[in-house]
Write a new protein. Structure first.
Length: 344
């Protein structure tokens, strides 16, 4: 198996485990558009319990969950405040504008973490010339900032202040279980005060398909209609929910392994010539490192890795991105370090 390709481009490349495939094959199903899929109903109920929210909605992708959340909370012509490197703004085909008719109001941050002291400068109420703020969106962990985790008090301050001026808060928690693992707290504590939160069952939790949106019963009831409009009303989706239940119940327990592998990679990289990275800031499963000092573009480094059996991605022309996950063992990550050492 030594010449097997090690794929660290993203945790989206994970494949369903044998246990997931077995559960999928045996899943009890029904028509979910009629609300009659018992496995899917169980997944939504368990997710709501785990997050301490009234209700949950299964959706095919994280992008659809974010799109629905923005639509639930905003009116046409409002603004959505988010970080300037957020997934919502950069990687979702302008769905904020396309579906909800809103404008993104990005705020640049050094570490991906929005703070109320900065947000408040961009919050607006309706006036004859300016569009009002409809929603604040926070990304936890922050993907392009390198898997950065929000301190809980920062989330709570944003929610408290936003709510006091009548603005809702949505958390893009695609990797919120990674945040919970790092902080060693339940996700319910992280998401306690946000109005809606979405997370991905795919990615680090290893399910083949699916994300979930959580919030009040009223918000989720509305969200169900937007999901149908977007073409996300699925029928015997219990096949997917069966894998999702394993992702939800079992997979969070092992995320610490991915975090340890990411830290090991970051520490090794910090000693390589021309590489800039602070391993102390690698707290979850994403490792982003600056290769400007090597004089070689990140895309070229990615190509050289590929030629040596290692797949990595790029965050921009000077930054390489590596993501650890359940299909890459610590041995695989050690092998990845050897390849990187050889190339760099
Ligand atoms: C992956 C991701 C999404 C969207 O998920 P898809 O299922 O790929 O649509 C949203 N936000 C963040 C931070 C992500 O990493």
């Amino acid at each position: 198996m030594t010449d097997r390709i090690i794929d660290l481009r993203s945790d989206t490349v994970t494949r369903p485990s044998f246990a997931m495939r077995r559960a999928m094959a045996g899943a009890e199903v029904g028509d979910d558009v009629y609300g009659e899929d018992p496995t899917l109903n169980r997944l939504e109920q368990r997710a709501a319990e785990i997050f301490g929210k009234e209700a949950a909605l299964f959706v095919p992708t994280g992008t659809m969950a974010n799109t629905i959340a923005v639509k639930i909370h905003t009116l046409h012509g409002q603004e959505v405040i988010c970080d300037s490197r957020s997934h919502l703004m950069d990687w979702e085909l302008a769905m904020v504008a396309w579906f909800a008719g809103c404008l993104v109001r990005p705020i640049a941050t050094e570490d991906g973490i929005l703070r109320w002291s900065e947000i408040k400068k961009s919050v607006k109420t309706a006036s004859p010339h300016r569009s009002p703020t409809g929603l604040i969106e926070i990304e936890n962990t922050h993907n392009m900032a390198g898997g950065v985790v929000y301190p809980i008090h920062v989330i709570n301050e944003i929610c408290h202040e936003a709510h006091s001026v009548g603005i809702k808060v949505h958390m893009d928690g695609a990797r919120v279980f990674n945040a919970a693992c790092h902080l060693n707290v339940p996700v319910s504590e992280i998401a306690a005060n946000v109005d809606t939160v979405m997370f991905c069952l795919s990615k680090g939790l290893g399910a083949p398909v699916g994300s979930m949106l959580l919030g009040t019963a009223a918000a989720i009831e509305e969200g169900r209609l937007y999901r149908k409009r977007l073409g996300g009303g699925m029928r015997q989706a219990g096949i997917l929910a069966a894998a999702g239940l394993i992702a939800l119940e079992e997979m969070p327990k092992r995320l610490g392994e991915d975090h340890a592998n990411a830290r090991m990679l970051a520490e090794a990289l910090s000693d390589m010539p021309g590489v800039k990275i602070d391993p102390k800031r690698v707290n979850t499963n994403i490792v982003i490192f600056d290769v400007s000092g090597t004089g070689v573009k990140s895309a070229e480094i990615a190509d050289r890795c590929k030629a040596n059996g290692l797949r990595v991605s790029t965050a921009n022309p000077t930054n390489v991105r590596i993501v650890t996950h359940c299909d890459a063992s610590s041995k695989d990550c050690e092998r990845a370090i050897e390849v990187l050492r050889k190339i760099l």
